[in-house]
Design a protein around this ligand. Sequence first.
Ligand SMILES: Cc1cc2nc3c(=O)[nH]c(=O)nc-3n(C[C@H](O)[C@H](O)[C@H](O)COP(=O)(O)OP(=O)(O)OC[C@H]3O[C@@H](n4cnc5c(N)ncnc54)[C@H](O)[C@@H]3O)c2cc1C
Length: 309
Amino acid sequence: MSRVLVVGAGVVGLTCAVRLAEAGHEVDVVARDLPLETTSAVAAALWYPYRALPLDRVTAWSRTSYTALEALADDEATGVRMLPGTELHRAPAPDPWWREAVPALTRETTTDLPGTPYVDGWSFVAPVVEMPVHLRWLVARVEQLGGTLTRMALPALPDHAEVVVDASGLGARRLAGDPTLQPVRGQVVHVEQVGLERWWLDASGPVYVVPRSRDVVVGGTDDEGEWDRRPDPAVAERILDRAVEMVPELARARVLRHRVGLRPARPAVRVEAETRGDGLVVHCYGHGGAGVTLSWGTADEVVRLVGAA
Ligand SMILES: Cc1cc2nc3c(=O)[nH]c(=O)nc-3n(C[C@H](O)[C@H](O)[C@H](O)COP(=O)(O)OP(=O)(O)OC[C@H]3O[C@@H](n4cnc5c(N)ncnc54)[C@H](O)[C@@H]3O)c2cc1C
């Protein structure tokens, strides 16, 4: 068993830390931003494979995560719930490419759809993750397994550690010298709960409505290459207008807060081992719009790569 330094305390770094510790490794996590300050804390966070490639690996990782999150949903403290919901389409659409990742998918008939402008859609039960709760639970799990979490901004990946897991999200632009990693800015509005118990998503959007225990996350945007973390009031208004078209009950919901996060997008998610001198670096970043959806799947793969070294 190795001593592993995980760089990054978003959902990707923490799930890697949990799985590595469960496999018997000694794990320390270091991060510039603590979990509730990360992009992961902004995620909606619906299980849904979005803006992540390649299709085959993403489908397999998503399926693994679905199963892991479904098991966690038995314990309220994890922040995971299994909720029904519907993905809507404005034109007839084929089955989704990630069809194999969900146990069941029901095609809606036109009469079950909310009406104009939607003509097609499918429903399925998906994990919905309340990120502030889940991230706290992940930290507690790491610590329960003997791991540590320390705030530390690194200028480069450490070269003294036996094994380093690079889960630095967008930070890998610098730490791994990877210019293919780009931000995809996402803005969301949190509104008060108005009794919603199912999620909605308009695939042409991104427009999504994700209910949580005390509020509802309404999104969103996906601005390629945009670094600005300030919420834009005009964009927030547009987000709400489009969401109300899909879920009219939201018209009476009070706005609670605005959030912006930068998705770490890359032409392909990078889960790959690299030897450096006497040590090993396992990169695990570039999860785009699906970090939560892929998290447990990529964490399992990181454990395999560390174990195989
Ligand atoms: C608005 C929005 C909605 C989203 N909705 C969903 C959703 O519904 N479902 C879903 O699956 N995904 C969703 N996502 C995507 C998801 O949030 C990301 O894919 C995920 O958070 C990426 O996680 P990460 O751990 O790789 O990165 P991050 O959460 O960004 O964490 C990176 C970590 O690395 C650390 N780090 C970086 N550089 C350094 C350094 N130099 N030294 C030390 N530490 C460093 C950071 O401080 C941080 O701790 C959404 C994203 C946004 C913005």
